[in-house]
Design a protein around this ligand. Structure first.
Ligand code: APR
Length: 237
C-alpha cells in the first residue's frame, strides 16, 4: 500500500457529525425546500432574492462558532500529511470543514459557500457575509451580478479535468458520506473500478445507492468509522 495514491470523495454525511444538514436524509435540506426553487440557474434568474436568502442562511449557519470540523475531517487531514503518496480529497460539500481540519489537497467540485462569483467580470471573492441583489463586486464595482460560488443543478461541476486525472492515478478510492445519487460524483466509483487493481471502499451511515459497486463497505457515523479506517491504513504502511 505504501506508494498508493488515494482519492477520497466526500459528501454531506461527513459534515453531518459537525451539525451541518445533509440533503436527502429524512430531515435533510431537500425535505424542506425544493431544488427547483433555490438550486438551479433558472431559480436564480426568476427570484434571486429567494436564492440569496437560502444560501445566506446556510452560510450563517456554517460560520456559527459551534460548527467545527469533526474527527473524520481531522483524520483525513492526518492521512494527507502522513501517507507516503498523494492523497486528494474531492468534496461535494460547499462547507469549509476540510480546510479547517488542515486538508490542503482539496477540490471543491460543487463550489464553496464562503465565496462569491461575479457574473459580469467572473471574479471570485472570499465572502463571509450575506449576499443580495444589491451587493457590489469588489473588482469590477458593478452591482447586482454577484452569486454564491456554488454549482447548481444543470451546471458543470468545477475542476473535472483535475478530478479525472486524480481518479486515473489512484490505487485506493474511498467514498464517505454521500448518497451516490448525484452525477458525475456518483459515477467516480465506476470510473476507478474499471481498473482491477484499484481498491474501492464505501464509508457511510448506511448503504448508498451505489453500495454494490464498492469492493468494501463499512457503516456507521463518519466521526467514528473514518478515524478507524485511517488508523488501519496507516498501520498497514
Ligand atoms: N456519517 C456518515 N454518513 C452519514 C451521516 C453520518 N453521520 N449522516 C448521514 N450520512 C449519509 C446518509 O446516509 C447519505 O447516504 O450521508 C449521505 C448524504 O447524502 P446526501 O444528503 O444526498 O448528500 P450528498 O451525497 O453529499 O449530496 C450530493 O447533492 O443536492 C446536492 O449539491 C448537493 O453536493 C450535494 C449533492
Amino acid at each position: 500500500m505504501r506508494d498508493n495514491k488515494i482519492v477520497v470523495l466526500t459528501g454531506a454525511g461527513i459534515s453531518a457529525c459537525s451539525g451541518v444538514s445533509t440533503f436527502r436524509d429524512a430531515d435533510g435540506i431537500w425535505s424542506r425546500v425544493s431544488i427547483d426553487d433555490v438550486a438551479t440557474p433558472e431559480a436564480f434568474a426568476r427570484d434571486p432574492a429567494r436564492v440569496h436568502g437560502f444560501y445566506n442562511d446556510r452560510r450563517r449557519a456554517l460560520l456559527d462558532p459551534q460548527i467545527q470540523a469533526n474527527s473524520a475531517h481531522k483524520a483525513l487531514a492526518v492521512l494527507e500529511k502522513t501517507w507516503p503518496a498523494e492523497v486528494w480529497i474531492v468534496t461535494q460539500n460547499v462547507d469549509d470543514l476540510h480546510e479547517r481540519a488542515g486538508s490542503e489537497n482539496l477540490i471543491h467540485m460543487h463550489g464553496e459557500l464562503i465565496k462569491a462569483r461575479c457574473d459580469a467580470c467572473s471574479g471570485i471573492h472570499r465572502w463571509r457575509t450575506d449576499l443580495s441583489v444589491d451587493s457590489r463586486c469588489p473588482v469590477c464595482n458593478r452591482i447586482g451580478n454577484l452569486r454564491p460560488d456554488v454549482v447548481w443543478f444543470g451546471e458543470q461541476p468545477q475542476a473535472m479535468e483535475m478530478i479525472y486525472q486524480a481518479l486515473k492515478d489512484c490505487q485506493l478510492f474511498i467514498s464517505i458520506g454521500t448518497s451516490g445519487t448525484v452525477y458525475p460524483a456518483a459515477g467516480f466509483v465506476d470510473a476507478v473500478a474499471a481498473r482491477p487493481q484499484v481498491r474501492t471502499v464505501e464509508l457511510n451511515l448506511q448503504p448508498s445507492e451505489g453500495a454494490s459497486l464498492f469492493a468494501e463497505t463499512r457503516y456507521g457515523p463518519a466521526s467514528q468509522i473514518v478515524p478507524e479506517f485511517v488508523a488501519e491504513l496507516l498501520s498497514e504502511r
